[in-house]
Ligand binder design. Structure first.
Ligand code: ZN
Length: 396
C-alpha cells in the first residue's frame, strides 16, 4: 500500500521513497513506490510526470503515474531493483496547471449545481484545456454570470479545505458527488462555491487559480459541454488572443475593443466592392464581345480572374465573333482557367490536343469546353497561332 504524500500535502515536489515492485509491461516498466508525491491518473486529472534520481545518481524520466489497487506506480523506460531508494521530483508546472484547472472546475460545477441543480456528468482534461458535461442547458447570459461569480470566488482567495469522512460520517454530510462511494470519502470544500467528494489534487487557496475563463459551449445529449481553462493555461491563451487582436486592430486601424465592428464593416465593404467589380467585369465582357464581332477565331486573356470570368467571356464572344472563342483567365504564376466555345462547334479533339500540349485538363459539351492549363501565356499563344495562324489575340 503506497503512502500518498500528495494527499498529506499537494505541494510536495520532491520526496524519497523505496521501490516495492518493478514489472515490465510492453516497452516500459511499472515501478511501485512505498510513498509517492506523484499523483496517479484519476477523476479526469492526468497522472504526474517528473523524474527519479537513482542511488548511482542517474536520472530516470517518469512519463506517467497510475495506480493498481492500493499501490501507486510510475511509468519509466528502465527498471529499478526492488529495495532501491530513489529520490522523486515531480514536474511541478505540469502538476500545478492541473491543480489550478481542476480547482477551477470545482468552482464552476459547484456554482452551476447550486444555481441550476445540474450535475457534472463528464469531465475531461487535455494538455491545455478541459471540458465539463452537464445534464441541463444554460443560456449564454447564464454562463456569463457563472463565469463572473466563479472569478469572484477566485478573488476572495478562500482556503480550499479537504476533510476525510468515514462512510458512515459521510452519510450525514451534504456534498456533490459523481458516483456512490465506498470506504472513506474525501470531501473538498470551496467556500461559497462547492462541496464535493473528490480524489484529485487542489490548490490551497482559490486565489492561486488566477483566472477562470469559459471558452465555448455546445449542446450534448440533452445538456451542454462547456470548454474552459484556468490559471496559466488561461493566461497563455488569452495572451495569444490579445496579440492576435493587437495585430488585427493595427490592420483595421481600430481600437482593440472595437475590432469586431471594424471587421464587420470591412467584410460588408468587401462584399460591395466584389459586387461592383463583377458588374464592371460583365460590362467589359459585353463591350469586348461587341468589339470582336465578326473577328473570326479569337483568344482573349483576362488577368487575375477565375473560371467564371473565362466562361462568361467565351459565352459572350462566341455569339459575335463567328469563329472559335478562347478565353484564358489567370496568370503565368498561378496558371490559367480556360473556356473554349463555338456556335454549333465540335471542339473536343481540339481541346484534348490543347490539354496535351499545354499541360492542362478539362472537358464539357462539344460546343463549349472548359478547364485549366499550367502553361505560360507565351506557350499558349504559340499553340494557338500554330493552329490558327489568323487568330486574333486580345486582352480584356
Ligand atoms: Zn477535485
Amino acid at each position: 500500500m503506497t503512502q500518498r504524500l500528495y494527499y498529506e500535502n499537494a505541494y510536495i515536489r520532491e520526496f524519497d521513497a523505496v521501490v516495492t515492485g518493478c514489472v515490465k509491461e510492453k516497452d516500459h516498466f511499472r515501478i511501485m513506490l512505498d510513498r509517492s508525491a506523484f499523483y496517479p491518473e484519476g477523476g479526469g486529472q492526468s497522472g504526474d510526470r517528473g523524474f527519479l534520481t537513482r542511488q548511482d545518481g542517474t536520472r530516470l524520466d517518469v512519463s506517467d503515474t497510475r495506480e493498481d489497487g492500493g499501490d501507486v506506480y510510475v511509468v519509466c523506460s528502465e527498471s529499478v531493483p526492488v529495495g532501491e531508494q530513489i529520490h522523486g521530483v515531480t514536474d511541478w508546472i505540469f502538476r500545478f496547471d492541473r491543480m489550478q484547472n481542476h480547482s477551477g472546475e470545482h468552482i464552476v460545477s459547484g456554482l452551476i449545481h447550486e444555481t441550476y441543480g445540474y450535475n457534472n456528468v463528464g469531465f475531461h482534461m487535455s494538455s491545455d484545456r478541459m471540458t465539463i458535461d452537464l445534464d441541463g442547458e444554460i443560456s449564454d447570459e447564464g454562463l456569463d454570470e457563472i463565469e463572473r461569480r466563479a472569478n469572484e470566488i477566485v478573488w476572495a482567495d478562500s482556503v480550499i479545505r479537504t476533510d476525510v469522512y468515514s462512510h458512515e460520517e459521510a452519510a450525514e454530510v451534504e456534498y456533490r458527488s459523481k458516483k456512490e462511494l465506498m470506504g472513506d470519502v474525501r470531501v473538498v470544500t470551496i467556500p461559497g462555491a462547492d462541496v464535493c467528494a473528490c480524489c484529485g489534487t487542489h490548490v490551497a487557496r482559490t486565489g492561486e487559480i488566477g483566472i477562470i475563463k469559459l471558452l465555448s459551449h455546445e449542446r450534448l445529449r440533452g445538456g451542454i459541454r462547456i470548454e474552459m481553462m484556468c490559471g496559466r493555461w488561461a493566461y497563455e491563451y488569452l495572451a495569444l488572443i490579445f496579440r492576435q487582436n493587437h495585430e488585427v486592430s493595427a490592420c483595421l486601424s481600430s481600437r482593440m475593443h472595437q475590432t469586431s465592428e471594424a471587421a464587420k464593416r470591412m467584410a460588408e465593404e468587401n462584399t460591395r466592392l466584389k459586387g461592383d467589380l463583377i458588374g464592371m467585369l460583365y460590362a467589359a465582357i459585353d463591350r469586348k464581345s461587341e468589339e470582336l464581332e465578326g473577328a473570326g477565331d479569337v483568344a482573349v486573356f483576362v488577368a487575375g480572374q477565375d473560371s467564371t470570368a473565362a466562361q462568361k467571356l467565351t459565352a459572350k464572344v462566341m455569339e459575335t465573333c463567328g469563329g472559335i472563342a478562347f478565353s484564358f483567365a489567370g496568370s503565368d504564376d498561378d496558371g490559367y482557367k480556360y473556356a473554349v466555345g463555338q456556335e454549333n462547334g465540335s471542339l473536343k479533339e481540339l481541346v484534348a490536343d490543347m490539354n496535351r500540349s499545354l499541360d492542362g485538363r478539362g472537358g464539357g459539351r462539344p460546343y463549349f469546353q472548359q478547364g485549366s492549363v499550367t502553361a505560360k501565356r507565351e506557350q499558349i499563344e504559340a499553340f494557338l497561332t500554330g493552329r490558327f495562324p489568323e487568330i486574333k489575340i486580345d486582352l480584356l
